[in-house]
Design a protein around this ligand. Structure first.
Ligand code: AQP
Length: 342
C-alpha cells in the first residue's frame, strides 16, 4: 500500500465509539472516554459514537438498549464531550455504517476474522451458537472508522487488533480497486490504563458484561459501593514495592497502581514512589477516595442528563445529521469505485 494512503491527503479526524451493552465501567472511562475528551480540540475533528449496532451482536432487551444508549451519550456529555465541538451520535441513525459494513464484509477474508481474539474470548466453546453479527463485528467497526476517513482511533488495548484489521481492510480495498481512497488509520493506545483489569482476577479485563458486579467499578456506582469494591478487590499480601519492577507477576497489584496513575494523571512510577512500602490498608482507601472524587461529579451530571432523555435524543439526532453529511459522500464514492449503479 502507498504511503499516501496513510498520510497527508486526509484531514486529521478522530473516530471512536462505545457499545451500549450495559452500564459503563471504569475501564470504558479510563481506556476511552477520558481520552476522547482530551483529543477534543483544535488538532482534530472529533466524532464520538454510541455504537448500538455493535451492541445487538449479543442479545439486548429493547428497553434496556434504549436506556444504555442514552447512558453512553450522557457519559460522554458529563465527562466533557461538547456536542458543538465534537459530533456525538448513535450509529444506527447513520445508515451508511451498515451499508459500508456490507462492502467490507466482501473485502475482509474469513481467515482474518478467524484470528480475532475478542470473538474467540466472547464465543468460548459456543462459537456455533453466536450470531453471525458477532463474528463480522470487526468489519462493521472498520466501516465505522473508514466511513469518516478517520486518521486516528483512540481505543483501549483490547481493540488494537480490530484497528489493525481496519488497516488491512483499507489496504486490500485500495489494492483491489487500484485506489488510495481509504486511509490507513492509526490506533491511539497511550497511557497507564489501556487495559483496566477485573478487580477479582487481574488476568481478565474489566468488562460491562462480566459475570459479577464486584469485578468492576461502574461509572454510576455510589461512593460506598466504590469503596467496598476496592476494599474487596483481590490483591496479594505483600506491600507495594520500591519500584515498578517489583510489580512483575503481581497483576492485581499492578492493576490498582495503574488505575491510581490514570485517575491522578501521573505515571505508575510516580505512584510507586509515593506509596513505596505502603500496605493495602493504606493504598486501597486512597484509591477509593480518588476514584470517588473523579467519578462522583460525572455520575451526578449523568443522572441529571438522564432525567431529560428527550434532550439527549435531540443531541444524538443533531449529531447524526452532521455525521451523515460526512458519511454520505464517502459512501457514494465507494459505491462508484466498486461499480454499483444507482
Ligand atoms: N477494561 C478496559 N480497559 C481499558 N479500555 C477498555 N475499554 C473497554 N474495556 C476496557 C475500551 O472502551 C471502549 C469501548 O468499548 P466497548 O464498550 O465498545 O467494547 P468492549 O471493549 O467490548 O467493552 P466491554 O466493557 O468489555 O463491553 P462488553 O462486556 O459488552 O463486551 C473501547 O475503546 C475499549 O477498548
Amino acid at each position: 500500500m502507498t504511503e499516501a494512503a496513510s498520510h497527508s491527503q486526509f484531514t486529521p479526524r478522530v473516530f471512536s465509539g462505545i457499545k451500549p451493552s450495559g452500564g459503563l465501567t471504569l475501564g470504558n472511562y479510563l481506556g476511552a472516554i477520558k481520552r476522547f475528551v482530551a483529543m477534543q480540540g483544535e488538532a482534530y475533528e472529533t466524532l464520538y459514537c454510541v455504537v448500538d449496532l455493535h451492541a445487538i451482536t449479543v442479545w439486548q432487551d429493547p428497553a434496556e438498549l434504549r436506556t444504555a444508549t442514552r447512558e453512553v451519550a450522557a457519559s460522554y456529555l458529563a465527562s466533557g464531550i461538547d456536542p458543538e465541538k465534537s459530533i456525538l451520535f448513535n450509529q444506527s441513525q447513520v445508515s451508511q455504517h451498515a451499508e459500508l459494513g456490507w462492502i467490507f464484509n466482501c473485502v475482509a477474508r474469513v481467515g482474518w476474522m478467524n484470528r480475532m481474539t475478542q470473538f474467540k474470548e466472547k464465543a468460548g466453546k459456543n462459537a456455533e451458537k453466536q450470531s453471525l453479527g458477532l463474528y463480522a463485528y470487526p468489519s462493521l467497526m472498520a466501516a465505522d472508522i473508514l466511513l469518516y476517513h478517520a486518521t486516528h482511533v483512540p481505543v483501549g488495548e483490547d481493540q488494537k487488533q480490530h484497528v489493525e484489521l481496519t488497516r488491512d481492510i483499507a489496504a486490500k480495498f485500495n489494492h483491489d480497486y487500484k485506489t488510495e481512497f481509504f486511509p490507513l488509520t492509526n490506533p491511539v493506545i497511550e497511557g497507564p490504563a489501556m487495559r483496566v483489569m477485573n478487580l477479582r482476577d487481574g488476568t481478565k479485563k474489566m468488562s460491562k458484561s462480566g459475570e459479577s458486579d464486584m469485578e468492576r467499578i461502574n461509572m454510576l456506582d455510589d461512593a460506598d459501593t466504590i469503596a467496598k469494591k476496592f476494599r474487596k478487590a483481590r490483591t496479594d499480601p505483600a506491600p507495594l514495592p520500591e519500584s515498578l519492577d517489583g510489580l512483575k507477576d503481581r497483576p492485581e497489584a499492578r492493576n490498582l497502581v495503574d488505575i491510581y496513575a490514570a485517575l491522578s494523571d501521573q505515571s505508575p512510577e510516580a505512584v510507586i514512589t509515593e506509596y513505596a512500602g505502603a500496605g493495602w490498608g493504606q493504598f486501597k482507601p486512597a484509591l477509593a477516595d480518588l476514584a470517588v472524587a473523579k467519578l462522583a461529579p460525572i455520575s451526578s451530571e449523568m443522572q441529571r442528563l438522564l432525567d431529560d432523555p428527550a434532550e439527549i435524543d435531540r443531541i444524538l439526532a443533531r449529531g447524526s445529521e452532521r455525521a451523515r453529511a460526512i458519511a454520505a459522500p464517502i459512501l457514494e464514492r465507494t459505491y462508484d469505485i466498486v461499480g454499483l449503479v444507482r
